[in-house]
Design a protein around this ligand. Structure first.
Ligand code: GDP
Length: 471
């Protein structure tokens, strides 16, 4: 073990003790992590969750709200001064203004503190007054979580794995072209390094747009402040016979190690290790629409995400967590408002099967997990239309691109999830017996009554699972 790790472990231990003591004697804090790959719906989820916790008329599934025990909920300055604040007000204004639009999604880690005044339940209710529970919501890109796997890899193993995978994907052409004629053993020069890194980042973006979720290093997609810095200027290379000092290979190897040390580890230390509850948002409908390879990628990404929550898997992480673990993880299929409610149970079942599969893959025996289908912001209404003499359950909304009204029938999800999972696992390139459509709706203009948050689907149940027991 290296000294840095011991020091990290110690300071985390002191931190943990201080926070346990202060939680017992003062005001409890729940740190809720919100993650998911880019465009999964994190920004919309947090905005709608906070709005619906502040105005709780649409939250009957959150028991403390239904019982009237949440007296008030208000935003407070967050505890971490150096973490950007989640821009709740701007996002809410985008979603609920007179001409609503989707806000820009998550690009980096951010935080928001919502404090709830809660009256005690049950036996204690007559004995003590209300207490304050702080909900610290931490928004972070799922791509960064997938970087955990890099800590166990050397530059050589990572490169070999990526290059082998590139052989099988259709999006790697330009990167392979950039690679041609580059000698990893030749002296490092920055223009070559930059060109290779840019071509690799372009490949990762294309792969992501095609629904592939294996996208390490995660910061290549969402660089934040690190854009253009040497820790992000490397790419996989074939291992040369001789690795001379000053060669491109040696320099990339050094940068890969710096990425692990300066980027990946601090994220896990400063943010991930402090999370108590976690929601992982998954655009399952988007993946189903994109086809079996995208579903298979999603399944693999979910297993990798679960593995990050499995204590003991990674030496660095075990040292950091010192036995502390995330207690609950919710996997939520987002954007369920694209489906008529008659299909929601099927989407939930698919999500559940994916989680069960990911759990077995990650050899997971940790937190309490659950899965459900939600829409953080309902952008559609339900209807039935006649089609070929039969009634078809559809959703209606305003198209995001044109603003025109449209009715949408996405296709019928199978009742048996294995009809989605099996073709994905066996490498099918399209669905044999069905076709699933996708459509992007704009948020609907809403006029909220006093006490009402934005319309949603099962956001209250998600909140009950995530924080209900602590209220
Ligand atoms: P992030 O990248 O994870 O922060 O994702 P966002 O929250 O920005 O969501 C990405 C996109 O998904 C949005 O721009 C919307 O088009 C869509 N979206 C997210 N949540 C919902 C939802 O509840 N309903 C619908 N219909 N679309 C949603």
């Amino acid at each position: 073990m290296i000294i840095g790790d011991i020091a990290e472990g110690l300071s985390r231990g002191v931190d943990a003790t201080v926070s346990t003591v202060s939680e017992a004697f003062f005001e409890p804090v729940i740190r809720l992590g919100v993650t998911g790959l880019s465009r999964a719906g994190k920004t919309v989820f947090i905005t709608s969750l906070v709005a619906n916790l502040m105005a709780r008329a649409r939250m009957p599934g959150l028991v403390a709200a239904a019982d009237g025990r949440i007296q008030t909920a208000y935003l407070q300055p967050q505890p971490d001064d150096t973490v950007p604040r989640f821009d709740y007000e701007a996002h809410l204004a985008a979603l609920t203004g007179p001409d609503p639009f989707w806000p820009e999604g998550t690009r980096r880690v951010s935080e928001l503190r919502l404090s709830l005044r809660v009256a005690p339940a049950g036996l204690l209710s007559g004995l003590s007054g209300p207490r304050t529970v702080h909900l610290d919501i931490v928004d972070y890109p799922g791509e960064w979580l997938l970087d955990l796997g890099l800590l166990d890899k050397t530059y050589g193993t990572w490169s070999a794995e990526v290059l082998a995978r590139l052989e099988q994907t259709p999006h790697a052409g330009p990167f392979k072209a950039a690679h041609e004629g580059v000698d990893p053993a030749a002296a490092h020069d920055e223009p070559t390094a930059k060109a290779l890194a840019a071509a690799y980042a372009a490949y990762l973006n294309a792969a992501r747009d095609a629904g592939l979720s294996d996208t390490t290093p995660g910061r290549f997609l969402l660089p934040g402040d690190l854009e253009g810095s040497p820790v992000l200027t490397f790419a996989p290379l074939p291992e040369p016979g001789s690795k001379r000092r000053g060669s491109l290979w040696r320099e990339f190897e050094r940068r890969f190690e710096a990425y692990k040390r300066e980027v990946v580890k601090p994220f896990f230390r400063d943010h991930f290790s402090r999370i108590d509850r976690q929601i992982v948002l998954v655009d399952a409908l988007g993946a189903i629409h994109a086809g079996p390879p995208a579903v298979e990628e999603m399944r693999r990404a979910m297993a990798d995400i679960l593995a990050a929550f499995r204590p003991g898997r990674n030496a660095f992480l075990s040292q950091l967590l010192l036995g502390k673990r995330v207690e609950r993880i919710l996997f939520a299929a987002t954007k369920a408002d694209h489906l008529h409610h008659t299909q929601h149970a099927r989407l939930s079942a698919i999500m559940e099967a994916l989680v069960a599969d990911a759990k077995s893959r990650a050899d997971f025996s940790g937190a309490n997990t659950q899965s459900m289908a939600i829409a953080a912001l309902r952008a559609t209404t339900e209807d039935e239309i006649m089609h070929n003499g039969a009634s078809l359950p559809v959703v209606r909304g305003r198209l995001a691109e044109t603003g025109k009204a449209a009715a949408f029938y996405p296709g019928e999800l199978p009742g048996d999830p294995s009809r989605i999972l099996s073709p994905a696992r066996s490498g099918a390139d399209r669905w044999l017996d069905a076709d699933y459509g996708a459509m992007r709706f704009a948020p609907q203009p809403v006029s909220l009554k006093p006490g009402e948050g934005p319309p949603h689907i099962r956001l209250d149940r998600a909140a009950e699972f995530l924080i209900g027991d602590r209220l």
